[in-house]
Design a protein around this ligand. Structure first.
Ligand SMILES: CC(C)(COP(=O)(O)OP(=O)(O)OC[C@H]1O[C@@H](n2cnc3c(N)ncnc32)[C@H](O)[C@@H]1OP(=O)(O)O)[C@@H](O)C(=O)NCCC(=O)NCCS
Length: 184
């Protein structure tokens, strides 16, 4: 039986498995899923990402992790929290935000429009505040990614500004990002 980190009414969060890699790699190659990312992901990039998340989960107790439907154990994507190491300098502000934890999501297209991202994100947010004892959680999306910002608003995050993402190339349309945050 699957061991879940935690469950919601319809969803379970669990560890990464070798068997997720094929489907998760396909998501990284799906133009619709990756529409608001700087590029598609190669299979190796997906494998490296999952390895980083496995290491982080062991070390910190959280990571971007697989999201599964409880009724049929279907893998529908990932949702979770991760440590970020880049600096954010908001437009019209001098202060720098660094070494923060963010919450993020990436679901396969067949799972969109069911409220799964929002349901999973609320549970992750509670986990972050109660179990991990975070006092602030951030969330970031390119300003053109309206569906992702809609999830942030639905889970009670507040937009605090916009910034140029330092890891995204200058002219790319996903470089201008919105920063949202929620305090405990
Ligand atoms: C961002 C993303 C996770 C949002 O997924 P989503 O399914 O639209 O988000 P939600 O889980 O909040 O579902 C919302 C929709 O489900 C509908 N819904 C259906 N049944 C529902 C239920 N039982 N409960 C709640 N909402 C329900 C809602 O009406 C809502 O539609 P609306 O926004 O048109 O009103 C998804 O678009 C995605 O994976 N995109 C690609 C990856 C990506 O961009 N990630 C973010 C990078 S910053």
């Amino acid at each position: 039986m699957t061991e879940y980190l935690f469950k919601t009414e319809r969803l379970g969060i669990r560890k990464w498995r070798e068997s997720d890699l094929l489907e998760f790699s396909k998501m990284g190659q799906d133009e619709k899923v990756m529409r608001y990312f700087p590029s598609l992901l190669s299979e190796q990039q997906t494998i490296d990402f999952v390895k980083r998340m496995q290491i982080q989960q062991k070390k910190k107790g959280y990571a971007y992790l697989p999201l599964e439907k409880l009724d049929n154990q279907e893998f529908i994507g990932m949702l979770g929290m991760a440590d970020q190491d880049y600096n954010i300098k908001l437009d019209k502000s001098e202060s720098i935000i660094s070494e923060f934890v963010d919450i993020g999501w990436r679901l396969k297209t067949s799972a969109w429009g069911n409220g799964y991202a929002t349901e999973g994100a609320i549970a992750w947010m509670d986990y972050g505040f109660e179990k991990v004892e975070l006092t602030t959680i951030y969330s970031i999306a390119p300003i053109i990614n309206i569906p992702s910002q809609s999830v942030m608003r639905k889970i009670g995050f507040e937009k605090i500004g916009v910034f140029n993402h330092p890891k995204i190339e200058l002219a790319h349309p996903t470089r201008k990002c919105a920063l949202f945050k929620k305090e405990k």
